[in-house]
Design a protein. Structure first.
Length: 143
C-alpha cells in the first residue's frame, strides 16, 4: 500500500480576502471572492476537491491519514496540519476546505486542523489582498 502522496495547487489572492473565519479556511476555483467569504484565502485555484489526483484522494479518505498543507506566497510560508477521514467524498468541483472541526462534506479536504483563516499571519493576508500568486502543497501520509 502506498503511504505518501502529494499535490501542488496554484491559486492567487484577491482584494476582498479578509481571512477572518475562526474555524475553516478555503481555496476556490472561483475567480473572485466577496467580503462575506471570510474563510477564503485563495481564488482561481487550478483544482477543486474533485480534481485531486487519485493517490491523494485515496489517502485523504483514511482516518489515520496525516495531512500537511504548505501555503506559499512571496517568500512567506504558512504550514497547516490536519487529518483525513473515511467520511470524505472529495466531490466538490470548485472548493477545498480545511476544517478545525470534524465536520465533513464534499468540499472538505482536511479535518482537525491546527490552522484557520483567522490564524493566517496578517502580513501573509496583505500579500494575498494584493492579488499575488500562492501555491498550496498538500502532502498526505498514512503511518
Amino acid at each position: 500500500m502506498q503511504k505518501y502522496a502529494g499535490v501542488t495547487i496554484s491559486c492567487h489572492g484577491h482584494p476582498h480576502i479578509t481571512a477572518l473565519h475562526p474555524s475553516t479556511l478555503e481555496i476556490t476555483r472561483e475567480p473572485a471572492v466577496t467580503l462575506r467569504g471570510d474563510c477564503i484565502v485563495g481564488v482561481g485555484a487550478v483544482r477543486g476537491a474533485r480534481d485531486l489526483p487519485p493517490d491523494v484522494r485515496d489517502l485523504l479518505c483514511r482516518d489515520e491519514a496525516r495531512v500537511t498543507a504548505c501555503f506559499r506566497c512571496r517568500g512567506l510560508t504558512v504550514v497547516l496540519h490536519g487529518h483525513g477521514s473515511r467520511k470524505m467524498t472529495l466531490s466538490d468541483p470548485s472548493d477545498m476546505v480545511f476544517r478545525r472541526s470534524h465536520f465533513v462534506c464534499g468540499r472538505t479536504v482536511a479535518i482537525g486542523t491546527d490552522l484557520t483563516a483567522r490564524l493566517f499571519p496578517r502580513d501573509f493576508v496583505e500579500e494575498l489582498r494584493r492579488g499575488h500568486p500562492m501555491t498550496v502543497e498538500i502532502s498526505v501520509f498514512v503511518p
